[in-house]
Design a protein around this ligand. Sequence first.
Ligand code: SF4
Ligand code: SF4
Length: 157
Amino acid sequence: MLKDYFKTIFQAIQSLFTGMKLTGYYFTHLKEIQTEEYPDNRATLKMAERFRGEVIMPHNEDNEHRCTGCQACEIACPNGTIKIITKQEVLADGKKKKRIDSFIYHHDLCTLCNLCIVACPSDAIKMGQTFEHSVYDKKLLKKILNKPGSKLMEGVE
Ligand code: SF4
Ligand code: SF4
């Protein structure tokens, strides 16, 4: 009994020194530390290319996007995260064309499954790499992805 008691104490001390040895090693080899210093490195932190943070709609420098309002993404989404509201626009030649009015994205519902992006025939949406999305008000996670005043890029049908 007494033997077991001292054996346990010895094992505990041995285990403590094993841990301390590793701590001591990294204390003297700081350059080898592999952990990310988040959030101190927030400004320089680069996520992996495959990281999925949110659905975004890229716009070019002329405030143009590639979304035709076809609704393929809305249909592909398994949980109603996307709502496309369209409008009729009269073109220069007098013809009427369907255009997006609002691309509504409910980030709080999104499972980041990527199905909408695969379904889009125009490459209009992609996964953004932002990752800090905490808000106190859930309403702030409802986003309009087409920027105010933006229009469909020339040549995209
Ligand atoms: S990533 Fe998935 S859940 Fe999110 S909007 Fe696209 S299809 Fe819907
Ligand atoms: S994002 Fe793509 S799939 Fe969705 S409405 Fe626009 S063009 Fe269609």
